[in-house]
Design a protein around this ligand. Structure first.
Ligand SMILES: Cc1cc2nc3c(=O)[nH]c(=O)nc-3n(C[C@H](O)[C@H](O)[C@H](O)COP(=O)(O)OP(=O)(O)OC[C@H]3O[C@@H](n4cnc5c(N)ncnc54)[C@H](O)[C@@H]3O)c2cc1C
Length: 478
């Protein structure tokens, strides 16, 4: 039985970066991934299923935190921003600034090399099956190696980077820190094609070579959105994310039987510019389906002997479902915090708690507010989204919300809007309620407990706020 300071389970974006950071800061680290080496980071048999879009700010974060930089070929294509369109295509809001479309398989291979060059040991074709425990804490993992033999590996700390379906998280005992399961209401079923397409005309509402486009539309993509992200040349990443209850309601009300698969094909047909498309064969990564969470990350990212990163901790952004940035940030921060705990000789819960604080500071403190906004958005039909995007918010206020900042919906501006004869007053009042709740959650996150002892009370306060919001807004796509 081999023994390490740190085991990193999973070799995706968050895992390779956690392994790199942990070894860079002096911990004896091993990274286990179930894929063969050339397929490092592949999520499922469907490939590295992703929209491939990442904001430049996250790459800059890694530059500062780890000193790593990126260029072609892993950065496939640069965009100026991400725009979200209303269902009637009359309004568009800037959603995210400058960013890149990645070549995910090439990025994964680069990150693997980087982890190894920083001293991490790498074991391919190792399927992690669960955590081992000793003295009330996680003490290692067990699983099957490349020869299909059972193997146990022990470590002072285990970093879980195995993604949304994590077998490690789900096999933790019932505990107050980390939830073992994610509610289906907080999951988007998503799928996408990477295609070379023949463009029929020009219309930057449907395809924009300079920007990534998101289409909010409760008929085309109930409870989620469709996207067309440009890649190099004639290539696009096109896909749809949907929420289970929303699609059921939408199908029942429209007497339709759509599934995620038919919705993606329908979305491509709806786009008048996509004349003919050919799925790209490279790395067998052209067509794939997988799930992504759209809630705040778990209230704590640590449990005795255990730390979680990326999708295993429900980190994707609740509005955009963007999880690459949070996976990068959390991987780098978890690896460093683990190595610091090892170096200090104290790997107890209190010692690794610093990771919770740093992740919240770098990214996590806004996600609860974004979860509130996402829940509200899913309760609006196309007409209300069209009207709301035209009348409820200015472009600046919408940008603020997408970054988790609270717009100044002052009493004066609110009255002006009401007096100017705004329709759909209930939806507008609900928006004011939502903005208030977002503010309250941001306040709570600004007081994230510095020590484990304050966690229970803080968590109860967050849960109560979130429960109220979820009771008030239910999916209502049509
Ligand atoms: C269709 C779709 C579109 C998306 N679009 C975007 C987008 O455009 N922008 C964005 O920012 N985010 C997007 N996301 C989310 C993003 O892809 C993820 O958040 C990101 O990949 C998370 O990285 P990760 O390293 O945490 O997990 P993963 O990428 O899931 O990596 C987990 C790794 O662990 C391995 N593993 C899993 N289980 C085991 C096991 N038992 N034993 C050993 N190894 C294991 C896997 O094989 C994989 O290598 C999208 C997601 C989907 C599904």
């Amino acid at each position: 039985m081999e023994s390490y300071d740190v085991i990193v389970a999973g070799g995706g974006i968050s895992g390779t970066l956690a392994a790199a950071a942990s070894s860079m800061h002096g911990a004896k680290t091993v990274m286990l991934d179930r894929n063969a080496e050339e397929n490092i980071g592949r999520k499922t048999n469907w490939g590295w299923v992703c929209g491939d879009a990442v904001a430049k700010s996250h790459l800059d974060f890694l530059g500062k935190e780890l000193g790593i930089s990126f260029s072609s070929p892993e950065l496939d294509y640069k965009v100026d921003g991400v725009y979200a369109f209303s269902p009637d295509l009359k309004q568009k809001f800037l959603f995210e600034g400058e960013g890149y479309s990645l070549d995910r398989p090439k990025l994964a291979r680069k990150l693997l090399k980087y982890a190894i060059s920083n001293g991490a040991e790498y074991v391919p074709e190792f399927v992690v099956e669960g955590p081992m425990f000793e003295g009330g804490r996680v003490s290692g993992v067990f699983g099957r190696n490349s020869r299909n033999e059972q193997e146990k590996i022990t470590a002072k700390l285990v970093i879980d980077a195995t993604g949304i379906a994590s077998m490690l998280r789900r096999k933790l005992p019932e505990n107050e820190y980390i939830e073992r399961d994610v509610s289906t209401d907080d999951i988007e079923s998503t799928g996408r094609y990477i295609m070379d397409f023949e463009k029929d005309g020009d219309d930057d509402r449907y395809y924009d070579p300079r920007n990534a486009l998101i289409h909010l539309n409760q008929v085309l993509a109930p409870g989620g959105y469709g996207w067309v992200f440009p890649k190099k040349g004639k290539r696009i990443n096109v896909g749809v994310g949907v929420e289970k209850k929303s699609i059921e309601l939408r199908n029942a009300r429209l007497n339709m039987k759509d599934t995620l698969h038919t919705l993606i094909d329908g979305y491509i047909k709806w786009n008048p510019l996509i004349k003919k498309g050919e799925i790209v064969g490279e790395d067998s990564n052209g067509k794939g389906y997988w799930s992504v969470t759209v809630r705040r990350q778990f209230d704590s990212l640590v449990y005795p002997g255990y730390m979680g990163t990326g999708d295993s901790m429900a980190m994707p952004n609740p509005i955009s479902a963007g999880g690459i940035g949070p996976a990068m940030v959390s991987g780098a921060l978890a690896g460093r915090a683990a190595a610091e705990a090892i170096a200090s000789g104290d790997t107890g819960l209190e010692s690794i708690w610093r990771y919770n604080l740093r992740y919240n500071e770098a990214y996590g403190s806004k996600t609860a507010a974004l979860e509130v906004f996402r829940t509200y958005l899913q309760s609006l039909n196309n007409d209300l989204i069209n009207y709301g995007m035209a009348h409820f918010l200015t472009k600046e206020e919408a940008v603020d919300i997408s970054y988790g900042r609270i717009p100044e919906l002052t009493i004066a501006s609110t009255f002006t809007k009401i007096l100017s004869g705004i329709q759909n007053l209930t939806a507008f009042r609900n928006l004011i309620y939502v903005v208030g709740k977002m503010k309250r959650l941001n306040e709570l996150y600004s007081k994230y407990p510095n020590e484990v002892s304050g966690f229970r009370q803080w968590k109860a306060a967050v849960s109560a706020e979130m429960h109220e919001v979820k009771e008030r807004f239910k999916p209502n796509p049509i």
